[in-house]
Design a protein around this ligand. Sequence first.
Ligand SMILES: *[C@@H]1O[C@H](CO)[C@@H](O)[C@H](O)[C@H]1NC(C)=O
Ligand SMILES: *[C@@H]1O[C@H](CO)[C@@H](O)[C@H](O)[C@H]1NC(C)=O
Ligand SMILES: *[C@@H]1O[C@H](CO)[C@@H](O)[C@H](O)[C@H]1NC(C)=O
Ligand SMILES: *[C@@H]1O[C@H](CO)[C@@H](O)[C@H](O)[C@H]1NC(C)=O
Ligand SMILES: *[C@@H]1O[C@H](CO)[C@@H](O)[C@H](O)[C@H]1NC(C)=O
Ligand SMILES: *[C@@H]1O[C@H](CO)[C@@H](O)[C@H](O)[C@H]1NC(C)=O
Ligand SMILES: *[C@@H]1O[C@H](CO)[C@@H](O)[C@H](O)[C@H]1NC(C)=O
Length: 743
Amino acid sequence: MLHRLKLGVLLQWLIFLLLSPAYKASSLGLTVHVVPLEVNGGKTVRAHFSVITPSPCPDLLAVCAAGEDCQAHRTIRPFNYTKPSPAWCVRQWQKTVPSNYNTYLKLGFQTEFYVSINADPKIRANNGKLNRPPFVALPPPLRASVNCPADFHISTKDLDGDKVRCRFARADTGECRDCFPHNFLKLDEASCTLTFTGNAAAGQYFIYLMAEDLIPSPPSRQLLNNSPLSSVPVHLSLTVEESASGCSYNPLVLDGTPERDSVQFVLPFQEVKFNAIYKSDLQSVLEIAVVGPPDLYRVGFATISNLAKLTMAWIRSENNLTQLLPVCFVANTNSFQSHLRCTWLYQREMRTLPDGTEVRCNQTEMSLLLPVTSLTNVDLDELQLNSPTCPVTHNSTHLTAHIPLGGCGTKAVHSGTELVYTNTLKSVHHTMISRRPSLILPLACRIPGAQVKLSQYSVSMPTERETFGEFTIWIDFYLPGQGPLARLTSTPRFRSNFLSSSRFRRETGSESRTSISSTQTTPQPNEIVKQLDLHVMSNCSIDRAEMIVTDCVESETEDFTVSHPILEKGCMTSNNILEIITEQKTFKIYRLNIKTLAVSGTKMYIECKINLCIATMPSDTCPDLCSNSSSSSSSSTVVHSLFSSTYSVRSGPVSLLVADYLNKNTTTTNLPPSNAPPTTGLNPSQPQPATTPGSTPPASQIPSVTSTNTNTTASQAPEVATSRITGVILMTIAMCLQMTILQ
Ligand SMILES: *[C@@H]1O[C@H](CO)[C@@H](O)[C@H](O)[C@H]1NC(C)=O
Ligand SMILES: *[C@@H]1O[C@H](CO)[C@@H](O)[C@H](O)[C@H]1NC(C)=O
Ligand SMILES: *[C@@H]1O[C@H](CO)[C@@H](O)[C@H](O)[C@H]1NC(C)=O
Ligand SMILES: *[C@@H]1O[C@H](CO)[C@@H](O)[C@H](O)[C@H]1NC(C)=O
Ligand SMILES: *[C@@H]1O[C@H](CO)[C@@H](O)[C@H](O)[C@H]1NC(C)=O
Ligand SMILES: *[C@@H]1O[C@H](CO)[C@@H](O)[C@H](O)[C@H]1NC(C)=O
Ligand SMILES: *[C@@H]1O[C@H](CO)[C@@H](O)[C@H](O)[C@H]1NC(C)=O
C-alpha cells in the first residue's frame, strides 16, 4: 500500500519533471483578484497577482514588460517565512490583461506557472453593473503530517454578494497544465474546504482549483444548471511531512485573534490593528506566517512558554489595491501547523463631499466647514468626533468643528512618507435601532515627508529597552534563611504550582506555612545541603514589570548534555520544588530539595529561561503560565501584555557542600556567566546584593506601553508640524445608508 503510494508520487514527479524540464518549482500558492475595467466595457480587467515562490525572494523585474500597464509591489517587508522548508516568499503585482486570459508566467529562475482567467464581461441584472469575479484569500503554504487527516478552509468573498464555489481545475478545458488529481484530497465545493485524508507519502503536492461566482438561487431551484459568472485560478501547495509525534499537536488559535472570514472596515488613513495568538503545547511556535496586502506591518512577534503572539497593522493610504484585501495567517512549529485563519480588510467606499466643504489644517488644528443642506435625514445632533466631548456646532446651513491635532481623539499615523493626523466625524445613534442614515466623514491633515523625522516611519512596538529600561537578570543560591533575602526565606510561605502527569495543574490555595523539612538543625560543614534556595533576580525598575520564569533545568555538567527539568512552562516539575511567596514581582525564589534532584556529585549547574512582562491594562496581571490555560483568560492576558525576549541565564558550578555556604558572606561565588542574550545589551553580571527586596524601585521613564506609536502621540503634533505647513485636504464622505453585507 505504502509502496504503491510512494511509487505514485514518484511517477507524478517524474512526469512533472519531464513535462517542464526547464523549471524546478511550481508556485507554492497563487491567487488572482480580478477587477473589471469599465473603460472597455469589461473586456480588460485589472489582475492583482499574489504568488508564493521558494526563497530567496525573486525580483519582480520580469513581471512588468516595458510598455505594459503594470505595477509591481516592491515592498521592504516581504512575506517570507521558513516553514515548510526550504523557505518561501510572497510576490505581488497588478497588470491590465484581457478578461479571458491564459498564459505561462515566470518569476525568478525557479518558478513558472500557468494561469487561466475567465472573466468575460457580464452585466448584472440587479444593478446593471459589470459582474465582479470572486476573491480568494491566499493561504501560506499548507502543511500536514502523514496519516493525520486535516481540513483546510479556503476563505472567499464576493463583492456582488454572489455564492462562491471552488472546484478542481480541469486540464481538458485548458485551466491548468501538468495538473494531477490527488486521491488523498477531497474538496467540498460549496464551502471551499479541502480535506486531506492523511493517506499520502511525505512530499510536496500542488493543487489547482478554480473559484467561481454564482448568482445565489433559492434552494428549490438548485437543481437547475446554475452556470458560473466567472472563474479565477487558485493554486495551493500542501507539504506532507513525516511526523514522529502523532497528530493532534497543532497550535491552537486563541481568543483575541480575528474570527475566521471576518471583515474589518477601513476608512481612508485609518490604521487597523489586530493580533494573532496561539498556544502550542508540544513544540514552540517558530513563526506566525502571514500573507496579506503589501505593507502590512507585522510587529512584536513574541513567544513565551507555550504562547505566541503577533501584531499586524495596516494603514489605508492612497493605493491602487483592491477594495477587499485578505490577510491569512498560520502558526508554524517545527512539525505542525495551526488551522488557517483569514480576515478581510474592506476599503470602505467614500462619496464626494457636498460643494463648499472645507477642511483646513495648520500646525495646531484642523477645522471643518460642512454645508449640511444636502445631508438630508442625517441627525446633526448625533454627530461626534473621536472624542465625544469635543464640540461640533451647527446652524441651519453649516456644521463647523475645530479639532486640535493634539486632542479630540485625533490620531497620528504614518503613511508612506507622510505623517497623517486623522479624526472621524460620525453619527452615533442614541437608540439601538435606527433607520436614520449614518454619516461617516474621515478627516485628515497630511504632513509631507520632508518635515517628519525618518525614524518615525513605522508602526512599531516600543523597543525592549524603551519598554523595560536597562535591566539585568541573574541567578543566585543561598541556604534557606541566608543571603540578602533572608527575611523572606527564613519563615517562608510556599506556593506549589506543579506539573502532574504531563498536564498543567494549578494548585491554588495550596499555600502553606509549613516548611517541608527542618532548617533548624545546624547543618554540618562536610554534608551535602538538604535544601537550597534558587534566587532568580532581575533589576528592572519599571513599576509594573513582572518577571516570568518559564523553564529551569539542572545538570551535573557544564555543557548541559544531560539535564533534568526543575521548572517547565512556568510549572514546577514536582512537589519537591516550592516557590517562596514574595510580594515582589521582579524576582522569584525556589526552594529545591537537593536529595530529590537527580544529582549524584557535589555540584550542579542551573539554567533558567526568563521573560519580563508588563500588563498594559492596569487591572491585568501577566499570564500565569502554569494556570490551567483556559484559552480565553490566558489569551486576553497575552494580548494585553508586553513581553521582553526570552533570556537564558546559566549558573556557574553550584556547590552542594554545606561548608561552601557557611563561609559565604553576602555574595555568592557562583556568578552566572553571561549567556549571550538574544538582543540588546543585557549582561547578567555581578549579583547585586544591594537590591533589597523592600526598596521600591524608582517609578520613572515608563514609555507609553499601551500605544505602539510611542513617539508620535498626538500631543507632540505641534512640534512635528513645523514651518511650511501644507496639510492636504482629504475629501471623502460615506453615507452608509446600508452596511454592505459580505458573504
Ligand atoms: C525575509 O526577507 C528579509 C529582507 O529581504 C530578510 O532580511 C529576512 O531574513 C527574510 N526572512 C526569512 C525568514 O527568510
Ligand atoms: C496607482 O497607479 C497609477 C497608474 O499606474 C500610478 O501612477 C500611481 O503611482 C499608483 N499609485 C500608488 C499609490 O501606487
Ligand atoms: C490655527 O488656526 C486656528 C484657527 O483657525 C488659530 O486659532 C490658531 O492660532 C492657528 N495656529 C497656528 C499655529 O497658526
Ligand atoms: C452658519 O455658520 C457658518 C459658519 O460659521 C456661517 O458662515 C453661516 O453664515 C451661518 N449661517 C447662518 C444661517 O447663521
Ligand atoms: C541593572 O543592573 C545593571 C548592571 O549592574 C545596570 O547597568 C542597570 O542600570 C541596572 N538597572 C536598573 C534599573 O537599576
Ligand atoms: C566573610 O566576611 C568576613 C568579615 O567581613 C571575612 O573575614 C571573611 O573572610 C569573609 N569570608 C569569605 C568567604 O569571603
Ligand atoms: C522620541 O524620539 C526621539 C528620537 O528618536 C527621542 O530623543 C525622544 O526622547 C523620544 N521621545 C519620547 C517621549 O519617547
